[in-house]
Write a protein that binds this ligand. Structure first.
Ligand code: FAD
Ligand code: DLZ
Length: 510
């Protein structure tokens, strides 16, 4: 009797652990487009289209490689199956199988469902570790468990030593693990922008785009902007495009903000790695080869490798190590409801409106827009942690809970009380003005703190310090800001708090 293998929509790699357990000639694979998976948040239409199209192309690739594939398309499943369990149970009525094989899923919700199969389904269940990371969850668990303060920077050094990436004689190339000091330039228009890579749309993608337009019309996103790789071949082309045209400048402009361009020198490949079209190892290797061939400087290559080998592995480890209750954390008691412009981008703050409109329309914003614009505003205004996390999970092309949650709840909102970050990523308008040119065309003045023309980030910043004064006074990296607040005249303090309070009361109009 054959075995059955279920592959999820973010597991589209031929090297996936579950696939290695199959006999091509006799075993069956199933993939299922499901109502539940496309509705657990209001996903961006572009993300649903990417996943459905990539799943359909992957099924085709599997068939071409000689596998027997059962594909459950959304048109047929939406009214019939409410979960992976329903779809699997249906498949079990079609054939007899000895075993159901899966690769572990990327989030608690689906993991619980899979674990229930051990007692709910009358066949042997095998759930294999996900082999598409540098480190297994067991290795990550040990690393976290062995440390009192498990910071990313320490993990990254450990990861560099373990993998040997960018290492020579057990020492970091260039004498340092981190070249971030060289990576904090604002972008000026005299550095030409990279060309855009256009991905061809075939019949499968066009059918999916029509389906998504029909079925998800009230979800965010502009399908006419769809320009994503949906096959491994296209994803490899996206990687090659990044390495040739963007990597050399990636480092220096990594933190830059621009009113004229939304993607700058960022790679735009997170979604491809997250759904399995690219592997993190090959992505890092391609960047390192560019350095070895003298096509990209070390500060750029190290900065890029750190995001993938460091941050990406670390947040996954933290997500599983911290447990399901991590999601409930709200250390700063942030409960202000999300202003309506999170779903329309209609705020007068130029930087925020730009970042949100790109997030909604294109399903993309780069890291600094996510962290220092939208995240920073949410942190300073004390926006409700769950609502903010759900928004991030919904809008971005690359959003999956294991990576979205630690980044949003931990890094952007400091809601885990400093488990991920040693200090909140809080900044006033001065930072935004220094790193980009949004302020020049904004109705608000980045130099003013109170009054109708003042940039809201300023009063909200000081009010944030004031609200959490006692907590931050003991944080060595925040104590200076607390002291600066304390040195202000009482009358200035009062005016700032009053102004910030009035902003928070009418956030919809800011
Ligand atoms: P680049 O800037 O070109 O970076 C290269 C690669 O490094 C990315 O493709 C990604 O694979 C990896 N990377 C960079 N930073 C991180 C990070 N902090 N954590 C994990 N991987 C990283 N990333 C996601 O993949 N999914 C998310 O849902 C997500 N949500 C985020 C929410 C917030 C509040 C913040 C601050 C960051 C979030 N990130 C998320 C991390 C990062 O912003 C995105 O990976 C990146 O912007 C994707 O664009 P890119 O591919 O052009 O990345
Ligand atoms: C995100 C997503 C969406 C929108 N749709 C599907 C789907 O229909 N079928 C599927 O197998 N996977 C989908 N996914 C990805 C899953 O939500 C993802 O596998 C889980 O979040 C586990 O990480």
């Amino acid at each position: 009797m054959p075995k059955l293998c279920l592959i999820l929509g973010d597991q589209l790699s031929l090297s996936l652990s579950a696939l290695q357990m199959l006999d091509k000639d006799s075993d069956h694979i199933m993939l299922a487009e499901l109502y539940t998976e496309s509705h657990y948040v209001k996903h961006n239409k572009l993300k649903i289209a990417l996943i459905f199209s990539a799943m359909r192309h992957f099924a085709q690739q599997l068939r071409e490689a000689g596998y027997h594939v059962e594909y459950y398309a959304y048109e047929n499943t939406k009214d019939q199956f409410s979960s992976f369990t329903d779809a699997v149970k249906h498949q079990l009525t079609q054939h007899s199988y000895t075993q159901l094989i899966c690769t572990e899923p990327g989030e608690y919700r689906v993991n619980k469902e899979m674990q229930s199969w051990h007692h709910d389904l009358a066949l042997d269940i095998l759930i294999e570790p996900d082999n598409r990371f540098f480190f297994s969850l067991t290795q990550m668990h040990s690393w976290f468990a062995e440390r009192k303060v498990p910071r990313m920077e320490h993990f990254y050094q450990f990861a560099r030593k373990q993998t040997g990436l960018l290492m020579e004689d057990n020492k970091p190339l260039g004498g340092r693990f981190n070249f971030d000091k060289e990576n904090r330039h604002a972008w000026q228009a005299n550095t030409p922008l990279p060309p855009t890579l256009e991905h061809q749309q075939d019949k499968i993608t066009q059918e999916v785009l029509n389906l998504v337009e029909q079925e998800f019309s009230d979800f965010p996103g502009k399908l006419e902007r769809f320009n994503f790789a949906v096959t491994r071949q296209q994803a490899l082309a996206a990687l090659a495009h990044f390495i040739s045209h963007k990597l050399p400048q990636f480092g220096q402009f990594q933190d830059a903000l621009s009113d004229k361009n939304n993607t700058l020198f960022h790679s735009l490949i997170a979604s491809y790695i997250n759904i399995g079209l690219l592997l993190p190892q090959e992505v890092c290797q391609a960047a390192i080869e560019a350095y070895q061939d003298e096509k990209a400087p070390l500060n750029a290559v190290e900065g890029f490798v750190r995001q993938i080998l460091g941050w990406r592995e670390y947040v996954r480890g933290l997500y599983w190590y911290a447990g399901e209750s991590y999601k409930e954390k709200n250390a700063l008691n942030a409960t202000t409801p999300l202003p309506s412009w999170f779903w329309t981008s209609k705020t007068q703050m130029r930087c925020v409106s730009q970042a949100i409109s790109h997030s909604l329309d294109d399903a993309y914003a780069h890291h600094i827009q996510r962290l220092m614009i939208i995240g920073n505003f949410s942190l300073l205004a004390g926006l409700d942690v769950k609502q903010v996390c759900d928004w991030y999970l919904a809008v971005y092309i690359d959003a999956f809970e294991w990576v979205e949650l630690p980044n949003t709840l931990g890094m952007a909102l400091y809601a885990d009380d400093g488990l991920l970050a040693s200090k909140p990523y809080a900044a006033s308008a001065n930072y935004i003005n220094k790193m980009g040119d949004h302020c020049a065309s904004c109705r608000y003045n980045p130099k003013l703190v109170t009054g109708a023309k003042a940039c809201p980030f300023n009063a909200l910043y000081w009010d944030f310090i004031q609200r959490h004064e006692s907590k931050f006074a003991h944080n060595p990296r925040m104590a200076l800001m607390v002291k600066q607040w304390q040195k202000k005249d009482v009358s200035d303090q009062k005016a700032i708090v009053q102004w910030a309070t009035s902003l928070i009361e009418k956030l919809d109009q800011v």
